[in-house]
Design a protein around this ligand. Structure first.
Ligand SMILES: [Mn+2]
Length: 302
């Protein structure tokens, strides 16, 4: 038999003739390296927050195993140093994410790490290479069709935005939960003789602020990029994937792997698009039950 069907049952790992020359990361048992690969020129991901419960490590390991590229950009907040200082939270799936990234390095993929505010401890190593990964403060990516994109995390603009950054995380889900809580709160306040106060109305105002925060962030980033003579800017930080033109600048955000599970990908012709892995992956249902904590995800600060 010359052809082997690539089904999990038919595949038998051939015996190794000689010891491997290069030490490889442990092979993840649940991801499917023989599965069809989605081929990209470039993959951008950020805001993975490894070390937190909110991190969708299962989905990300699956995404990395099934998507190949020439260059992988890690656009900050990949490891959550803030969280790890408080309490160590690490799972097998998170180890697999690290393994999949190192596997790409071994396969010859150029991996570039632009540290964010949660992994700012890595900013001390900018200009160095760690485990084959280039660490840089910010960089320029040139697309296949010759456009120049400034790549940075985005936290440097927090100070000029003027909205509390945690508001960006008060989403619809928290609002829905608040509506249910609102009635019970009302009963409690009445029994204590307190006047009516609407938690849901309070949060609705906050959500409106969150929307304003996001659009303001996008405008501030685009405005900062314009004088640098680039065609666009790519960042993360606010956990909101986006591709839109702001003035003369193409604003791109690759989203996050805490809530939306998004990556930004470029194809061989320079076409850029947002990839939403959670809604397209067969691993989704599996991951939802094992590696998901939606109520905590909303609490991770950007
Ligand atoms: Mn950040």
């Amino acid at each position: 038999m010359t052809e082997t069907a690539w089904s999990p049952n038919a595949y038998v790992r051939p015996p190794r003739a000689a010891p491997q020359r290069r030490r490889r990361p442990p092979a993840p048992s649940h991801t499917h390296h023989h599965a069809p690969q989605h081929r990209h020129r470039t993959i951008f991901i950020s805001d993975v927050h490894l070390g937190t419960r909110g991190c969708k490590a299962e989905l990300l390991a699956d995404f990395l195993a099934r998507n190949s590229c020439d260059t992988l950009y890690l656009v900050g907040d990949i490891v959550d140093g803030w969280q790890l200082r408080r309490r160590w939270y690490w799972t097998e799936a998170q180890t697999r994410v690290v393994g999949e990234i190192l596997r790409k390095v071994d396969e010859g993929v150029r991996v570039v790490y632009v540290p964010g505010n949660h992994d700012e401890f890595l900013r001390d190593y900018c200009g160095r290479s760690i485990a084959g990964i280039e660490v840089v403060r910010e960089t320029i990516h040139e697309t296949a069709d010759g456009r120049r994109l400034l790549v940075l995390h985005g936290d440097q603009f927090d100070g000029v935005i003027g909205y509390a950054k945690w508001l960006a995380h008060v989403g619809d889900r928290a609002y829905g939960a608040a509506l249910a809580l609102n009635d019970r709160l009302h009963v409690l306040r009445r029994s204590l003789g307190l006047p009516y106060w609407s938690l849901s109305a309070y949060l609705k105002r906050k959500v409106k602020n969150a929307v304003e925060y996001v659009s303001r962030f996008e405008e501030v980033v685009a405005r900062a990029a314009a004088p640098k003579g680039v065609d666009g800017v790519l960042c993360g930080h606010i956990h909101q994937a986006e591709i839109r033109r702001i003035g003369s600048i193409l604003y791109l955000n690759d989203g996050d792997w805490v809530e939306s599970c998004t990556a930004l990908v470029e194809d061989a012709r320079g076409h850029l698009e947002i990839l939403r892995w959670a809604s397209s992956s067969p691993a989704r249902d599996h991951a939802r039950t094992r590696d998901d904590a939606p109520q905590e995800a909303a609490l991770i600060p950007i």
